[in-house]
Design a protein around this ligand. Structure first.
Ligand code: NAG
Ligand code: NAG
Ligand code: NAG
Ligand code: NAG
Ligand code: NAG
Length: 244
């Protein structure tokens, strides 16, 4: 009887370990992100449209505090149901914020994991985490990497479907709408040509397991002409008055 119970416990604990083992091998568990102290980062979290009830975000170091639909000084968790996307922005990052973070949905559970490290020199960085281009035009993004990542694979990926592009040495890539060229020293440049409105969204630059998210906005020529008309923008107007 006791042997049977012991065998059952062993069986259950083996099952438990198998589940944990499988979880630690999921596609996103190796994503790492480095940010300098005082910096901020936005992490996009795309969910399945069926799972629209509750979206949450927490630090594994502090699972008691789970955030949903939050707008605070140093953290915002904002849902964009039209894009099936939650964006999590963390600001004023300090070394104590280093750790693993999860984004999840109810029902469904954790859908994205990332390990954030706050360090003086980020391993992958960009000048601006938001870029824009016109429909039919081109956009180029320069992604900088630290010396330890010179020999690591460089990629440009779209978050929504995890579609990635790598540097190709062959001429066939000249036809591709995405070209990547690595200077082999400190940066690689991604050129996206012939932009379409559906190219809008969140992408990441990646060197090895390090990623850096950035947002691409593709505008029609119509909305560009509205955006450039900043002369009567209320904020601009107030700025002018306060300096007169
Ligand atoms: C998120 O919070 C805002 C402001 O408190 C509120 O207006 C909105 O309804 C909330 N959205 C959801 C999905 O809870
Ligand atoms: C935001 O971060 C800054 C810098 O660490 C800190 O001084 C401030 O208290 C934080 N704000 C909140 C609301 O936690
Ligand atoms: C976009 O890039 C392609 C390929 O480099 C180039 O032929 C084309 O002239 C560029 N278009 C614009 C608008 O810069
Ligand atoms: C490949 O590119 C090189 C350099 O641009 C060129 O000399 C060569 O002819 C190209 N080969 C093909 C098959 O297009
Ligand atoms: C390469 O470009 C040509 C001319 O734009 C186009 O007709 C062809 O379909 C492209 N090939 C591929 C594989 O994208």
């Amino acid at each position: 009887m006791a042997a049977y119970a012991a065998a059952k416990i062993l069986y259950l604990s083996v099952g438990f370990w198998l589940i944990l083992g499988a979880e630690s091998y999921d596609a996103f568990s190796s994503n790492r992100l480095t940010v300098k102290p005082g910096g901020s980062v936005t992490i996009p979290c795309y969910y399945d449209e069926k799972n629209t009830q509750l979206k949450y975000w927490y630090s594994v170091n502090d699972e008691c505090n789970t955030y949903t639909n939050t707008t605070e000084e140093n953290l915002s968790v904002i849902d964009h149901p039209d894009q099936s996307l939650v964006t999590v922005t963390m600001r004023n990052l300090q070394e104590k914020h280093t750790g693993e973070y999860h984004c999840g949905v109810v029902p469904g559970g954790v859908i994205y994991k990332i390990y954030l490290q706050v360090q003086d020199v980020p391993d992958v960085s960009v000048k601006s985490s938001s870029v824009s281009g016109h429909e039919g035009g081109n956009v180029s993004v320069q992604c900088f990497y630290s010396s330890g990542y010179r020999d690591k694979q460089k990629r440009w990926c779209r978050f929504k479907d995890e579609k990635c592009f790598r540097e190709k040495k062959t001429n066939t890539s000249k036809n591709s709408s995405v070209q990547i060229s690595d200077d082999g020293e400190s940066s690689f440049t991604v050129l996206m040509t012939g932009l379409t409105l559906s190219d809008s969204g969140w992408y990441y630059c990646s060197a090895g397991e390090q990623i850096l998210p950035l947002q691409l906005t593709v505008t029609t020529s119509e909305s560009v002409s509205v955006n450039t008309d900043t002369g009567t923008h209320p904020d601009r107007w107030r700025f002018c008055l306060s300096h007169s």
